[in-house]
Each structure stands twice: as structure tokens, then as C-alpha cells.
Design a protein around this ligand. Structure first.
Ligand SMILES: C[S@@+](CC[C@H](N)C(=O)[O-])C[C@H]1O[C@@H](n2cnc3c(N)ncnc32)[C@H](O)[C@@H]1O
Length: 368
């Protein structure tokens, strides 16, 4: 049987965990725990290890940093090369967290969907009423004051090879079982459940569930043992072998459940000791004046949020990409949690502060 190799095979081949060699050059600082690329992320991606998660906090269309456009009309264009690169370098289990305003996200969402990213959920950052202070003129405002940003989680669309071409995972499972000539209800016997396998894993409706690795292996073994001998093998990913539980598990993104955390995250904008101060670089790089009391970077994210994101969808040793680093908050969280961080930042002043934060974050790891 001839099966066209799916594009993910190439991507899967990149999943061995990285060892980052220690080098410093004009454009990148790299050590065994992180890489900070000083320049355009586009020129760094190909050199980075395959991401387990990508945390994007790029342009908002608010003119918030030097390359940020002043409205959202060109945002999709701004993100297009990055989205394409992420799609081609991701594994089937890579997640993407896309920070933006509601309007900014809405203008980029179709691009993400067309590039094979699947919408999972929206996190709403509620900055609280304090965020409106001094910003809301009740006489002129003709809408409710905005105190939110959002962070949208995407996964990769999983498509698998079959004798009928590449199929979305849900269709593929049903197709493989039906090809064996076995009644759908026998999947329950294969999985040793009363009716859950047929109802959850082989359904064609919206109640479909991604089969856990042990269930997929049971179905594959059963179909290959009892299905039509002429059409074997069933449920193969490479045209020959049955998938192992580990191989099947790697096709799905990780999720580490945290009790009590919902999709609304309340936190004031970063303040106090956590906030880096200095001249803000809103529209053009200026000399950094650490004595200034204004926020150095208008978009500095709460470290707590980045820790939560990193923790949710990666394990220690996994790879976190932060293409639009700013002060590299996501990478700091990644390092604190024992992940490998790959970040890029265009503006030298931001990259300098980011680098000192990253060095600070790895210090306890090295001392341990
Ligand atoms: C919204 S800020 C990120 C803030 C960050 N999350 C933090 O907590 O500090 C976006 C940053 O991306 C940088 N940037 C924009 N385009 C970039 C590119 N193509 N490559 C690398 N950095 C870029 C900007 O200079 C800006 O500092």
C-alpha cells in the first residue's frame, strides 16, 4: 500500500530535545538554557529548535513600539510571514498563544486558521477598573471603557495519511476502522468499554474525542487482528507499522490542568518592582534613561501569566519560542520552569534588559 508521507513526518523528525551550545555573537546570545536573537525573528526561526509552544506578543496596531503599525488594517500582513514560518516549523503538538486586543486578534484570526492553526480558547486579561483611571472621558466616550487584552490559544490541525489521501484526524479514525470491515460497535470490545469508543472516538459528529494513546493502540491491534486481511495495515502512520502509544501521544498538544484557573485572568497592568522603568520607546528608539519613571516597555506582561501559560502546555525540558521578546517575560517564565527559551527582539535597549532578565533567571538553575 502506498501512502503519501504527511508533512508532519518531517516536523516530527525535529523533536529530539535540544542542547543549546554556548556562543555569543553580535546578533545572538546563547547558552545552554536560552537563545536571545538580537534582530528580526524571521531570520532566527530556522536556527531554533522545534517549538513545543510559541508565545506571540507582537504588533497590536496601536503604535506601541517602533515597528507596531498605528491601526489594525495591516496587522494580518505584518504577521503573515511569521505565521507561515511557525506553521512550517511546528510539530503536530505545538501550541500557539496569540496576545492582542480583540480587534487586533480578529484581524489576524483568519490568517491563523488558513495556516492550519485551530482555535482552542480565548483567555481574557481583565486589568480591572483601576486601568480606566484618567483614561475615560464619559462626555466623549461612546462605548464601555476597555480594560482587557486577550490571549488566544491555538493548536495544529491534525491531518493523517490514508489510502484515501490525507484526512483530518476525526475522519481518519473512522475511515481506518470502516476500511477494516468491522462493525463500529466492535471498537468498544477493542477498548474494553461499554459504548464509549464508538460514541467518542469513531463518531462523525461534534461529540468526537481524540482517543487517548492506549485506546488508539487497542483499536489498531484489534482492527489488524480481526479486520479484512486484504486491506491491512490499519491505523498506520507510515504505511507499514502500527503507531505506538508514544507516537500517537506526540500528535496531540500537552495540557497540564491547574485547578481553579478559568479563562478570565484578573491582574492589574504590571506595576511596582516587576515593572521595568526608563524612557518608553513608543515610536522610535531613544536613548534608554533608566532614571525615568515611565514604563520602559508599554507591553510588559505579568510574569505570573507567562508562568501559567508555559506550565499549562509544556513540561520541563520543552522548547518555548518568544518571537517578539520585548523584555522577554515569557522566556523568563520558561527558564524559571526548566524549559528552553528561544527569543528575538529587534530593539537593542529592550534586548539588553531582556538579556539581563534571562541571565538572572538562569542563575538559580546553575547554582542548583
Ligand atoms: C508587545 S512587545 C512584547 C512585550 C513582551 N511580551 C514583554 O512582556 O516584555 C513586542 C516586541 O516585539 C519586538 N518586535 C517586533 N517585531 C519583531 C521582529 N520581527 N523580530 C523580533 N522582535 C520584534 C518589538 O520591538 C517589541 O519590543
Amino acid at each position: 500500500m502506498l501512502i503519501t508521507p504527511p508533512c508532519y513526518e518531517w516536523n516530527m523528525a525535529r523533536t529530539a530535545k535540544p542542547s543549546i551550545s554556548a556562543t555569543t555573537s553580535i546578533s545572538a546570545t546563547s547558552c545552554s538554557e536560552f537563545v536571545l536573537h538580537r534582530g528580526d525573528a524571521m531570520s532566527a526561526y530556522a536556527h531554533w529548535h522545534q517549538p513545543d509552544t510559541i508565545i506571540s506578543d507582537g504588533a497590536y496596531g496601536l503604535g506601541g513600539f517602533p515597528s507596531d503599525p498605528y491601526d489594525t488594517s495591516s496587522l494580518a500582513e505584518w504577521y503573515a510571514p511569521h505565521v507561515q514560518a511557525w506553521a512550517s516549523l511546528a510539530s503536530p503538538a505545538t501550541t500557539l498563544w496569540f496576545w492582542n486586543t480583540e480587534q487586533g486578534w480578529a484581524s489576524v484570526h483568519p490568517l491563523l486558521i488558513n495556516s492550519g492553526w485551530v482555535y482552542e480558547q480565548t483567555i481574557v486579561w481583565d486589568k480591572g477598573l483601576g486601568h480606566t483611571a484618567g483614561n475615560s472621558n464619559g462626555k466623549t466616550l461612546r462605548r464601555f471603557p476597555v480594560v482587557t487584552e486577550i490571549c488566544v490559544l491555538y493548536s495544529r490541525k491534525l491531518e493523517l495519511p490514508s489510502t484515501n489521501g490525507i484526512l483530518p484526524a476525526q475522519q481518519w479514525l473512522r475511515y481506518e476502522w470502516q476500511r477494516s470491515g468491522l462493525a463500529l460497535s466492535l471498537a468498544n470490545e477493542a477498548c474494553m468499554v461499554r459504548n464509549a469508543a464508538t460514541r467518542k472516538y469513531l463518531t462523525s459528529d461534534r461529540h468526537w474525542y481524540f482517543p487517548p494513546p492506549d485506546m488508539l493502540v487497542q483499536m489498531a491491534l484489534f482492527a489488524n487482528a480481526h479486520g479484512k486481511p486484504t486491506n491491512r495495515p490499519y491505523f498506520t502512520l507510515d504505511g507499514e507499522n502500527l503507531p505506538t502509544a508514544e507516537e500517537w501521544g506526540k500528535l496531540r498538544y500537552k495540557w497540564n490542568f491547574e485547578h481553579g484557573v478559568t479563562n478570565v485572568w484578573s491582574h492589574p497592568p504590571v506595576n511596582g518592582k516587576e515593572r521595568y522603568r526608563g524612557n518608553s520607546l513608543r515610536s522610535a528608539p531613544r536613548i534608554h534613561n533608566p532614571g525615568s519613571n515611565s514604563a520602559l516597555h508599554l507591553n510588559q506582561k505579568p510574569l505570573e501569566f507567562m508562568r501559567r501559560i508555559v506550565n499549562a502546555c509544556t513540561d520541563p525540558g520543552d522548547v518555548v519560542w518568544e518571537p517578539f521578546g520585548g523584555l522577554c517575560t515569557a522566556s523568563v517564565a520558561a527558564l524559571e520552569l526548566g524549559r528552553k527559551a528561544y527569543a528575538a527582539e529587534l530593539v537593542e535597549t529592550f534586548a539588553d534588559i531582556a538579556e539581563s532578565r534571562l541571565q538572572e533567571a538562569v542563575r538559580p538553575l546553575r547554582a542548583a
